[in-house]
Design a protein around this ligand. Structure first.
Ligand code: SAH
Length: 251
C-alpha cells in the first residue's frame, strides 16, 4: 500500500454540500481518496455529486462521524488547517512542511489526518486542541480565508509533492544501484586521478597540489554515486594505458 493511502482529509461541520463534492474532486486529482465527514450540516446531495465531477467514488466512500475526536481516534498525526495564523498555541507548519511530515509519518506506517473547518467559522479552539500542529496556507493576511475546497486542493497538492519527492529519494537509495560514493571510493578516485595527471604530463613542472585541490572541490560538489566513480575510474585506467603505450613507443 502506498503511504499516502494512510492519509485522510477530514471536513468538520461543512455547511455547503457543494464544497464536499469539490473537495472530493480536489483530493482525487492528487491521488487521495480517503474523505471523512464530521457532522456535516447537510449530507452530500445532488449539488455535492455535481461538484465532485468524476470523483463520485471518493464522495460515495466518505465515512461519517459525529465528532472530530472519533474521526481521528486511530491517527498518530493530526494537522489542523486554519485560515487564521497563530491563533492557538500550536506549532504552525507551511503546507510544504506539512505534506512532508504527513508522508513521513504515513510511511512508518501510521494513520495521518488533515482537518478542515467550517466555511463560516473554521475549527473551534477545542477542535484545534486535538491537533498536533496547525497548517496555515500563507495567504494575504488582509484576505486570508480560502474557499474550503481550494484549501483542500493546496494541501492535497503538498501531500502529492512530498510523496513524489519521497519516491525519487527512494529510487536513489542503495539497492537501486546508484548509492552515493563512500569517502574511501572518492579517495581512490582522487589517488588514481593524481597518478594519471602525472602520467599524461598534465602539470608540466607546476606544483600538482593546486590543480588537485580544484579537482577535488569539483568532484566533491558533484555528489558522485558509486557508478559514476566507477565510470570515471574506467576512463582514467584507459588514459593510463594509453600513456603507457605512448611511453613504450618512445623507447
Ligand atoms: N472564516 C473561517 C474560514 C474558514 S474557510 C476562519 O476564519 O477560520 C474553511 C476552512 O478552509 C478552514 O477552516 C481551513 O481548514 C481551510 N482554510 C481556508 N483558508 C486557509 C488558509 N489560509 N490556510 C489553511 N487552511 C485554510
Amino acid at each position: 500500500m502506498h503511504a499516502t493511502a494512510r492519509i485522510r482529509f477530514v471536513l468538520v461541520g461543512t455547511q455547503h454540500p457543494g464544497n464536499i463534492g469539490a473537495a472530493a474532486r480536489a483530493m482525487k486529482t492528487m491521488g487521495l481518496s480517503r474523505l471523512v465527514l464530521v457532522a456535516p450540516e447537510k449530507a452530500p446531495d445532488d449539488a455535492a455529486y455535481r461538484r465532485s465531477a468524476g470523483a463520485e467514488d471518493v464522495l460515495g466512500d466518505a465515512r461519517q462521524f459525529a465528532t472530530l475526536a472519533e474521526a481521528v481516534a486511530d491517527c498518530r498525526l493530526v494537522l489542523g488547517c486554519t485560515a487564521r495564523s497563530r491563533r492557538v498555541q500550536l506549532d504552525e507548519l507551511l503546507p510544504e512542511a506539512a505534506g512532508k511530515r504527513a508522508v513521513e509519518r504515513a510511511a512508518e506506517p501510521a494513520e495521518v489526518a488533515f482537518v478542515f473547518g467550517r466555511e463560516r467559522t473554521g475549527l473551534s479552539n477545542d477542535e484545534l486542541q486535538l491537533c498536533h500542529a496547525a497548517v496555515h496556507i500563507p495567504s494575504d493576511p488582509e484576505f486570508s480565508s480560502l474557499n474550503l475546497a481550494a484549501a483542500v486542493q493546496v494541501l492535497a497538492y503538498s501531500v502529492r509533492m512530498a510523496g513524489l519527492q519521497g519516491q525519487a529519494a527512494a529510487a536513489a537509495e542503495p539497492g537501486h544501484g546508484d548509492a552515493p560514493a563512500s569517502h574511501a571510493q572518492l579517495e581512490g578516485l582522487f589517488g588514481q586521478l593524481g597518478d594519471t595527471l602525472e602520467q599524461i604530463d598534465f602539470h608540466k613542472g607546476r606544483a600538482p597540489q593546486s590543480a588537485m585541490r580544484k579537482l577535488r572541490r569539483l568532484f566533491m560538489k558533484a555528489d558522485l554515486s558509486e557508478q559514476e566513480v566507477r565510470l570515471l575510474r574506467g576512463i582514467l585506467s584507459d588514459a593510463q594505458r594509453m600513456a603507457r603505450l605512448a611511453g613504450e613507443d618512445r623507447h
